[in-house]
Design a protein around this ligand. Structure first.
Ligand code: C5P
Length: 210
């Protein structure tokens, strides 16, 4: 089963790339950041951690205690809340297990921070997206219609720093990841570059199996 891992810092384009790849290859798309966001939402609603149950349905929607919360997870409060809960070992253990169960026996495109390093260390293709904090802040602000670019930039830097310096599964490219800088590239360029890479790997795999 083909596994494609995409990692990178906040607003680096992982979701747009992942979505396009999953559509192109007909694979399930798994946005693991949404799972951390859903845990943060549960805690913000006053639940204890052991009362928070996260699942994903076949359409890739994220459920918090059976309630589809996929569309309410992208807020500045949950940006920061998710990166705070993501430092907790018990949260990571739970979600990594869920992500590995989802990927078992299925072709997936999975995006996050530790997919190539921890969740799917044997993924067929590992992509690590990079872009300057300024470029990422510009993209995020326009996506969310946020007027304050400086504030968006500060929030991205706070989250990057927390994600890169946490004790468990800090954000890092896997040693065998292909690093793609997206500052001066359009989404379409990045997508076709990665499709070519995946096709080459899959083809090489076929040849090796002969
Ligand atoms: O990708 P997204 O911005 O939705 O992720 C929200 C937060 O969840 C990140 O800032 C990070 O702290 C955490 N996360 C993680 N590991 C993942 C995916 C997300 O620690 N695989």
């Amino acid at each position: 089963m083909t596994h494609i891992a995409i990692d990178g810092p906040a607003a680096s384009g992982k979701t747009s790339l992942g979505h396009a790849l999953a559509q192109h290859f007909g694979f399930l798309f798994v946005e693991t950041g949404k799972m951390y966001r859903a845990v943060a939402l549960g805690l913000n609603r006053g639940l204890a951690l052991d009362e928070v149950h996260i699942t994903m349905n076949d359409a890739g929607r994220i459920l918090l205690n059976n309630d589809d919360v996929s569309d309410i997870l992208h807020t500045p409060i949950l940006d920061q809340g998710s990166s705070r809960v993501a430092t907790r070992p018990e949260v990571r253990q739970l979600l990594v297990r869920l992500q590995q169960e989802i990927a078992a026996g299925r072709a997936v495109v999975m995006e996050g921070r530790d997919i190539g390093t921890v969740v799917l260390p044997h993924a067929d293709v590992k992509i690590f997206l990079q872009a300057s904090p300024e470029e990422r802040a510009r993209r995020r602000a326009s996506e969310r219609h946020q007027a304050e670019l400086d504030k968006t930039l500060r929030e991205i830097i706070t989250r990057d720093t927390r994600d890169q310096t946490r004790a468990i599964a800090p954000l890092n490219p896997a040693s065998d990841a292909t690093i793609i800088r997206t500052d001066n590239k359009s989404l379409a360029e990045v997508v076709s570059e990665v499709i070519a890479l995946v096709e080459e790997r899959l083809h090489t795999g076929d040849e090796a199996a002969k």
